[in-house]
Write a protein that binds this ligand. Sequence first.
Ligand SMILES: [Cu+2]
Length: 117
Amino acid sequence: MRSALLLAAFVAAPFPAVRHNRLVRAEPGVDATVVKSPGQIRLWFTEPPELAVSSIKLADAAAKPIPTGNVKATDDKTSIAVAVMTPLPAGKYTVTWKTAGADGHVIKGSFGFTVGT
Ligand SMILES: [Cu+2]
C-alpha cells in the first residue's frame, strides 16, 4: 500500500524538486587504503537513513561475502554501521549498501577499499 502511494506520488510529479538521500562519507573511505583491518563499516548520508530498509554488505576480491553484524544506528543520526566480525586479511574489498531517506526512495551503491600498504 505504501509503495503504491509512493509510486502514485512519483507519477504525479515526474520532476521532483526534492533531493534524494545521498552517501557523503564512509569509513573506510571510498577507494581508501587502510593499514589496519576495520572493526566496522560506517556510512554517512545527507539525511538520516531509514534503518528498516538499510543494508551494508561486505565482500572480498573474489566476491565472497564477509560476515558482518546487523545494520545499526550510531551516535550520529545521519550514519549507520555494521561490525566486521573477523579481521580482514590484506586485499581488496567491496562494500555494497542500500538505504532510503525520509521520502522513502531506496538508494544504493557500492565502493571499494583496500586493506594493506
Ligand atoms: Cu528521493
